[in-house]
Design a protein around this ligand. Structure first.
Ligand code: IMP
Ligand code: MG
Length: 173
């Protein structure tokens, strides 16, 4: 069967939500030493928009972890492919992720980051699929809660594709 993409969250809704998150984060972090840490690759578009929506001085860093092969189901095995370029000891870290699905990836990354002794550690996620939660991870700043569908666009991929869609779509493979 051919793959179909069904529009799910419009560009306009995404942009409005990200701007609102940016305003909340600005209020919460005023006067602090904020470091945004994006998890590659999925967070790169959300991170780019979120960083510009937070009208505060901040720095950006990235980590790369892989949990999936080329399919749509999590393997539960998380591998750290590369780490932060600067120490975050004593800094206020806001981790930025595209989607919390089973929670395995975030659980692993949060534990790794805590070992680096940040002053604080919070999580911003664009999407949350609560139906698939296996490990609870507290999301401090959430874009949208979605049903158990495989979505692509705005950074999210299937087999490396569709990340550049300006909206989020449901993929029927
Ligand atoms: P978790 O460890 O199961 O929470 O998986 C999180 C990672 O799986 C995300 O960072 C995504 O890369 C990927 N993922 C989970 N659900 C989807 C989806 O619906 N579309 C695209 N990628 C997804
Ligand atoms: Mg990801």
């Amino acid at each position: 069967m051919a793959r179909t993409l069904k529009p799910f969250i419009t560009e306009r809704r995404l942009q409005a939500r990200v701007r609102a998150l940016g305003r909340t984060i600005r209020a919460d972090y005023a006067g602090r030493d904020l470091v945004l840490v994006g998890i590659l690759k999925g967070s790169f578009i959300f991170m780019a928009d979120l960083a510009r929506a937070i009208r505060l001085p901040l720095t950006c860093d990235f980590m790369r972890v892989s949990s999936y092969g080329s399919g749509t189901a999590s393997s539960g095995k998380i591998r750290m492919e590369f780490d932060l370029s600067h120490p975050v000891k004593g800094k206020d870290v806001l981790l930025v992720e595209d989607i919390v699905d089973t929670g395995w990836t975030l659980n692993h990354v949060l534990n790794e980051l805590l070992k680096k002794k940040p002053a604080s550690l919070k999580l911003a996620a664009l999407l949350h699929k609560p139906a698939r939660t296996r490990v609870d991870v507290p999301i401090d700043y959430l874009g949208f809660t979605i049903p158990d569908r495989f979505v692509v666009g705005y950074g999210l991929d299937f087999d490396g594709r569709y990340r550049n869609l300006p909206h989020v779509a449901v993929l029927n493979a």
